[in-house]
Design a binder for this molecule. Structure first.
Ligand SMILES: [Zn+2]
Length: 227
């Protein structure tokens, strides 16, 4: 049976990947692998809505990379996003009925991941960004030993090639710590009075971001080799 994950959940996954580069995926998942078959009580992991749409996803607790499931879960509740059906984290569940945490008695305590179910409704495929405070914060450097630079701006595209017509492989919702592997000349980008044709390769995303969005005064980054 063919299936896919609700687009809103894919958006959240991409936002968390961008916000917490290198985050663990150990307990991530939507459907299909043994771990999720074992989690069969989470019925929303089954592609039961519409044409095979999975309306739930798990995201791994990884405080070493900055992803604290309680923080994300709390901010999801605070957001009152209409796409949310319920959230489970750290032995508690909260639903869109009252947005209040109450004890969760399920077999899996959800201490190594949080679970998000979205509504079984066309809204589940609303792929717009999740508006959580943590996506707007400047990273505080936790786990940032491999992070050489910080991007600025919102909705910054990471592209497969250093060209404006290349496919987008990731979007940085806000300032993001990135490790730059090398830089190269590509399409000229101009914004806010700056013009730059240098692009940095970010191995964590497998793509390039224009140096105009790297928060550094030099258009060509120092001590970074050419690709
Ligand atoms: Zn789950």
């Amino acid at each position: 049976m063919s299936w896919r994950v609700a687009k809103s959940l894919e958006t959240l996954r991409h936002q968390l990947d961008a916000r917490f580069p290198g985050r663990s995926l150990a307990a991530d998942g939507s459907i299909g692998d043994a771990a999720h078959q074992a989690r069969g009580r989470d019925s929303d992991h089954n592609p039961w809505y519409g044409p095979g749409i999975v309306t739930a996803r798990d995201f791994t607790h990884d405080p070493a990379h900055g992803l604290d499931i309680q923080q994300v879960a709390d901010q999801l509740l605070d957001s009152r996003d209409p796409r949310i059906k319920y959230v489970i984290a750290n032995r508690r569940i909260a639903t869109h009925r009252d947005w209040q945490w109450s004890p969760y008695e399920g077999a899996n305590p959800h201490e190594r991941h949080f679970h998000l179910s979205v509504v079984a409704d066309p809204l589940c495929d609303d792929a717009s960004d999740w508006n959580l405070p943590l996506f707007g914060e400047t990273p505080d450097g936790r786990g940032g030993g491999d992070a050489n630079f910080v991007t600025w701006g919102t909705g910054v595209n990471v592209r497969a090639e250093p060209r404006l017509d290349a496919s987008v492989v990731a979007v940085l919702p806000g300032p993001t710590r990135v490790k730059v592997q090398c830089q190269t000349r590509g399409d000229t980008v101009s914004t806010a009075g700056h013009v730059n044709d240098a692009w940095s390769f970010i191995p964590a995303f497998g793509g390039y971001v224009s140096n105009i969005f790297i928060d550094h005064p030099d258009p060509w980054l120092p001590d970074i080799g050419e690709c």
